[in-house]
Write a new protein. Structure first.
Length: 358
């Protein structure tokens, strides 16, 4: 009966368990109109189960269902759980659960289903390469920024949204048209970069503000930020009145998601956000935020330079007659406070380096 059903529906037959079911005769009710109904009636008294997969009709003994405990070492166990449970890998008798405490998948199925799970995990639960992201955040004078842009061949990124800028060395895609005019350049020799920055610092033309580093897996996001917390006085609640000190953050943040290409290059999805304190009065500091999003394709260990991010620096210097300016009462007559403003450009140097999988 089973062989006849398989032939009628152009299926190969695979029986695991009692072979006698092949020749078993069964009374089929008139209501069994579908293929599934016929199989259910035929197997109802045998303790066998069935599944159809890729043109094969599998008949198996319920006793063949096994449980396997598989510890996940490298991949995301939740993603594997969803993949196994939702893509027809297991039979109708199969199930899969995740023990998060031990990061172990608990798979219950027939041998054929377990074999498919083994093949899947062999391909996916493997170590992947990582990417070391090193950033240098440099504050430079406007003239210095322009000079470096000319020397390094900077390309303007203030193009229309979605366009691709090709500097004959890298491709860059702008995410938002209103993000501001940002320039980019590529440095292939890291020794040149270190020499340039060291020389600029000695001349007082640039200052290395921060040099953060972060490691992330291939195709996984990472974040780097540097900033300050600005205190301000806020009114305290309740009937007592008074004021309390609160803080607002002003940060320069870099979100990056690297993707290693088959030829060993790196695609980076970049999002740069620059906060600055807005001018004007008020008890609570107002924060201006500029954001640039872009996609870059560069070679391994090359350095991408992003410029065109500006900030205002306000300084105060006290000058006067030495000795007399510090004398009480008459000191103010011999000293003065000079306030100055300076506009600087932030240069962000981003160097991704591939760390091969072990």
């Amino acid at each position: 009966m089973l062989e006849m059903l398989a032939q009628i529906h152009n299926l190969q037959l695979h029986v695991s368990g009692a072979q006698s079911v092949l020749n078993q005769e069964v009374d089929v009710s008139a209501g069994a109109a579908t293929f599934e109904d016929l199989l259910s009636q035929l197997l109802a008294s045998t303790g066998l189960s069935y599944r159809v997969d890729d043109g094969v009709l599998y008949i198996s003994d319920s006793a063949d269902v096994q449980i396997r405990y598989i510890q996940i070492n490298y991949a995301d166990a939740d993603e594997l759980l969803e993949l196994i449970a939702g893509n027809g890998i297991l039979s109708d008798q199969g199930s899969v659960m995740l023990d998060r405490r031990t990061n172990t998948l608990i798979v219950r199925d027939e041998p054929a289903g377990l074999a498919q799970v083994d093949v899947l995990l062999t391909e996916l639960d493997v170590p992947v390469s990582q990417v070391l992201i090193e950033a240098r955040i440099v504050s430079a004078s406007l003239d210095t920024g322009r000079e470096l842009g000319v020397r390094w061949g900077a390309t303007s990124l203030s193009a229309a949204a979605g366009s691709v800028v090709d500097n004959s060395q890298f491709a860059l895609e702008l995410g938002h048209r209103d993000a501001g005019s940002v320039t980019a350049a590529l440095i292939r020799d890291s020794r040149l970069l270190e020499w340039e920055l060291s020389l600029l610092e000695r001349r007082g033309q640039a200052e290395l503000i921060a040099r953060p580093r972060v490691m992330t897996q291939d195709n996984s996001p990472a974040s780097i930020s540097s900033g300050v917390r600005i205190p301000y006085q806020a009114q305290a609640g309740g009937t007592a009145g008074g004021s309390i000190t609160q803080f607002v953050d002003a940060v320069l943040s870099l979100d990056v998601k690297p993707l290693i290409t088959p030829d060993g290059r790196i695609i980076m999805d970049l999002s740069v956000r620059q906060d600055s304190v807005a001018s004007g009065s008020g008890d609570t500091p107002a924060i201006d935020t500029n954001t640039v999003q872009t996609r870059v394709l560069i070679d391994n260990a090359d350095t991408l330079v992003l410029g065109g991010i500006f900030r205002e620096e306000q300084t105060e210097a006290v000058t006067g007659t030495p000795g007399l300016r510090s004398v009480p009462v008459i000191g103010p007559l011999f000293r003065r406070t000079v306030a100055s403003e300076r506009r600087t450009e932030l240069l962000i140097f981003i160097t991704p380096t591939i760390i091969p999988a072990p």
